[in-house]
Design a protein around this ligand. Sequence first.
Ligand code: NCD
Length: 313
Amino acid sequence: MDFKGRDVVSINDFTLEEINYILDVAEKMVPAAKGEEVLDLVPGKLLASLFFEPSTRTMLSFETAIKRIGGKIIGFSDVSSTSAVKGETLADTIKMVEAYADVIVLRHGREGAARMAAEFADIPVINAGDGAGQHPTQTMLDLFTMRQELGHLRKMSVALVGDLKYGRTVHSLTYALAKFGVNLHFVAPEVLQMPPEVMSHLEKRNATYEVHEDVSEVMGDVDVLYVTRIQKERFPDIEEYNKVAGAFRIDMESLEGAKRKMIIMHPLPRVDEIAPEVDDSKHARYFQQAFNGVPIRMALLALVLGADVGVLK
Ligand code: NCD
């Protein structure tokens, strides 16, 4: 499979076979991700990391990933120090950065920003989150975590809990899980339910999903509980946010009746939707999940930069 020069904008741009292949390559990256091996797959290649919105994990794991495969990084995470504040357009920024670097990682507050950047740039553009749109590399690490923990991605039930309206991680993940034929449960207050366009995408593909308001309705049935933060920054009106803030919280009591092997995931950061006491339970996987961002991003960067991943054992 040849990924050289490919953009990573939407999870829908990838077939099931391509996703499985990326997960397989990521698995081979794990020793180097942990620092047990040293790789030099992309010597001299430069990643431009453009973060117009805050990030901890995504930004640091991309930086770790490019360095772990032998490349280098430039970029910014504080927009106030860039010419964007002088009114420079994203298109101009991209056209310039394309001449500096070999691959661009972009996080932006506007839905569709990554798609536009990919159209302007000849070098690969990786979407690290575009507003309430998508977050495809998060989805790949989420799938990687599920496969690692459950041994497969088929015949399982996944509940997506929280802000399904504004959460980009759950949008990308829903599209991907539907490809794998997973049973989906959307658990959210009505005002934060999955957008109609995502649901109609599922209906067109005969994917099955159920809508719930309370997590207790699904607790005994699911293999994965994927919890998300309410995306405060995307609410047009703070009053609307206040109505749903703290609407749900996973604690040890709420986990009663869960399958023994059920795992809890969260893209992080969390606010108060998972009680810290859950961290020590046998179900918690969110910190393992955060680590998996490194091997997944190593694999993606190596592939789009055209490295020979055949040398990996
Ligand atoms: C998420 C994001 O930025 O979409 N964070 C991440 O990349 N892991 C989730 C969030 O901000 O709630």
